[in-house]
Design a binder for this molecule. Structure first.
Ligand SMILES: [Zn+2]
Length: 145
């Protein structure tokens, strides 16, 4: 007998590590963890802005293939968020936000055009494996821990 699959509510598997780079003058052309040169790759990021707004952004990010680490400059991201909010939801500019994870390009588009609701967007996205922080210490880079 064929068992009926439950309605898909399971999260997708986690993908990538994430670092939101708070340093305006740091481009991270090398990875802060392994010091290998980073590449530039486009990712669809799913971002939650308080109190309850989800948006998707197709953004060029720094990426370290060895660590599977995506690095996004905070200032760049916030500029995009402000531009988006000004056009669409001006009353939430400046609210707390967090980057939830990445999405497939087709899903990203559906969120952008409003074809996909927030619940489905979360379901379709890949949460990050972990969020990393790095602190600048004169003379080198060290993980925060
Ligand atoms: Zn690395």
């Amino acid at each position: 007998m064929k068992r009926q699959e439950p309605f898909q509510t399971k999260q997708k598997e986690a993908r990538h590590y994430f670092f939101l780079n708070p340093y305006d003058d740091m481009a991270f052309t090398v990875c802060p963890k392994c010091e290998v040169k980073t590449k530039i790759r486009k990712y669809c990021l799913l971002i939650h802005i308080e109190p309850r707004h989800l948006l998707s952004l197709n953004k060029s990010c720094r990426y370290c293939p060895r660590c599977d680490l995506i690095i996004v400059k905070k200032a760049d991201l916030e500029r995009l968020l402000v531009a988006f909010c000004e056009q669409n939801v001006p009353d939430i500019i400046g609210n707390e936000y967090f980057v939830y994870g990445t999405m497939d390009r087709k899903d990203c588009k559906n969120v952008k055009t409003g074809k996909m609701n927030a619940q489905d967007a979360i379901k379709c996205s890949y949460p990050f494996k972990d969020i990393w922080m790095f602190e600048v210490v004169p003379g080198g880079w060290y993980p925060e821990k």
